[in-house]
Design a protein around this ligand. Structure first.
Ligand SMILES: Cc1cc2nc3c(=O)[nH]c(=O)nc-3n(C[C@H](O)[C@H](O)[C@H](O)COP(=O)(O)O)c2cc1C
Length: 513
């Protein structure tokens, strides 16, 4: 009582004494500990280093970085996604800020006579209507071929890597926007079953299609397909651009009870998928596996891969031609692609960037005369209309986006997906952090982004004299290739993609008449 009385009488002195004692204790601890040199050599102030390191990215993002500077997505790019998602004004005033003479700068060539607005007959007047020109699986006679209702779709991101609210928002948003939603390699969760079309991804862990010994089971896969009628496509993941040749990584901090149950793994431990598939180890056994899954389920089956050694693709195109079987779609992911967690060298130095990889592979299938039987899907920072148009001109039929979809539902590019501490509640399992993510609101944002994106694609197509972005050719695009020098994409690529006929475009417009 007396001490308390003394403290209240001399509160300034007692505060100073307390702070001094705490500082001395910290200093003593710093000097005695042997783990951190900086803290030992600079007791107390050494802690500032860790604090600054922790908040450095946010400080740079909010105060220092220029509009075009941040990576992997600049502030301008993120602003475009945010405003498109919110359906607010996403136009820019005063003219371009880009270095349009800079090497690598792309230009889309417009037509002297664009397609007039009144000549376009959108079903239900929906100016964002832009379905796939190809029906996936039709060329291989699959029992349940599928025409995606959108050329822009959501790329693989597992429940595990993302929280249940984020997955739910993506699925509900995809339903409204009419695009499909890729499950990622973590299997199908209840949050993927809110109604959108689903592409089920099978990674090396075969989550959702394992027997009690953890091995792949075709029976289990067929059961899941029956249980989830939303599944319209199956994607076998060979690799992804950010970590090719490395299995999936779900850090223990994200392995909750529910995720452990869905995947059949222990709670709280790192979930490391093997780096290679157990069901096939050659081109022919891969084709056999695809055929067995496709004939059992009736669904179109494809592969996802980043591009590294090219021999595999030469063989695949040759054997597909010889056997008349193989993937119904091929998703090519660029090295610039994202990940929930990857070793830095894999993210930075393994696999080719999207445009280079695609350019190496696609013409091999053209040379065999089978490129048109396959639906080509591109990914790797393609979530902007200009980049998607370049991808279409190169031969892509569809594009898939992952991080851009995350940003549409609130991701601020904090780049903490691997820690479980995503401040936006997107790439985390932490209940508190997720609590701020309103599923209904964010689903609307996702839908706003996808529809706004497609509306812009259609408008650009009309400016180019086309009714569908798939009609862009590599002669319609030029890249700056030097001082005052622009070259056509076709001359850079050394090929032109399979042409799209007016009849193919007529076919989709008649679909919904
Ligand atoms: C958080 C996160 C999780 C991902 N999980 C998977 C996955 O399970 N399987 C996969 O094939 N790719 C995965 N990816 C890669 C994306 O599907 C996509 O291929 C890549 O990010 C390129 O698209 P983007 O540039 O639009 O993000 C993931 C990416 C992110 C950001």
């Amino acid at each position: 009582m007396e001490i308390w009385h003394w403290i209240t009488e001399h509160w300034v002195l007692s505060t100073v004494l307390t702070l001094t004692s705490v500082t001395l204790l910290i200093a003593l601890y710093d000097v005695l500990q042997q783990r951190h040199t900086i803290m030992h050599n600079f007791p107390v102030v050494g802690h500032l280093r860790y604090l600054l390191e922790m908040i450095g990215p946010e400080i740079r993002q909010y105060f220092i970085a220029q509009d075009k500077e941040e990576l992997p997505f600049s502030r301008d790019e993120r602003s475009w996604i945010y405003s498109t998602a919110k359906e607010t004004n996403n136009t820019f005033g005063f003219g371009t800020n880009e270095q349009i003479y800079g090497v690598g700068y792309p230009v889309i060539k417009h037509a002297a006579f664009p397609i007039p607005d009144q000549a376009m007959k959108f079903p239900n007047g929906d100016k964002s209507w832009c379905p796939s020109l190809k029906i996936i699986g039709a060329a291989h006679g699959r029992a349940r071929p599928f025409r995606p209702a959108s050329v822009l779709n959501i790329s693989a991101m597992s429940f595990g890597s993302l929280g249940y609210r984020a997955v739910s928002a993506l699925n509900a948003g995809a339903l409204t926007a009419g695009c499909y939603h890729n499950t990622g390699e973590g299997g199908i969760s209840p949050y993927h079953a809110l109604g959108a079309d689903v592409m089920w991804q099978l990674g090396t862990g075969y989550f959702g299609a394992r027997d009690e010994n953890g091995r792949f089971s075709l029976d289990r896969l067929a059961e899941q397909v029956e249980q989830f009628p939303q599944v319209r496509l199956i994607e076998i993941k060979l690799s992804q651009g950010a970590k090719p040749g490395k299995g999936g990584i779900l850090p223990g901090a994200k392995v909750t009870d529910e995720i452990a149950r869905i995947r059949g793994i222990p709670v709280g431990q790192d979930c490391l998928s093997p780096n290679s598939h157990s069901e096939f180890d050659s081109v022919d056994s891969l084709i056999d596996f695809i055929e067995s899954v496709a004939s059992r389920t009736g669904l179109p089956v494809g592969i996802k891969s980043a591009i590294g050694k090219i021999g595999f693709w030469e063989q695949l195109s040759r054997r597909m031609k010889e056997r008349g079987h193989g993937p119904d779609f091929i998703s090519i992911d660029g090295a610039e692609g994202g990940t929930g967690a990857a070793p830095l060298t894999f993210a930075d130095h393994v696999a080719l960037p999207f445009k280079i990889g695609f350019q190496r592979v696609y013409p091999m299938f053209q040379a065999e005369g089978i490129s048109n039987n396959i639906t080509w899907i591109g990914s790797g920072k393609l979530g902007f209309p200009d980049r998607a148009i370049v991808a279409f001109a190169m031969g892509c039929d569809l594009v898939q986006v992952a991080r851009e979809a995350m940003m549409a539902i609130g991701c601020i590019q904090a780049q903490k997906c691997h820690t479980g501490h995503c401040p936006a509640g997107v790439a985390t399992q932490n209940r508190w952090l997720q609590a701020g993510l309103n599923i209904k609101d964010k689903a609307k944002r996702l839908s706003g982004y996808v529809r706004g994106f497609r509306r812009e694609l259609v408008t650009l197509s009309m400016a180019g004299g086309y009714r569908h972005p798939g009609q862009f050719t590599a002669d319609d695009i030029e890249f700056s290739t030097g001082v005052n020098k622009f070259s056509t994409l076709s001359s850079i690529l050394g090929y032109t993609a399979d042409p799209v006929s007016e009849a193919e475009v007529d076919a989709i417009f008649q679909l919904d008449d």
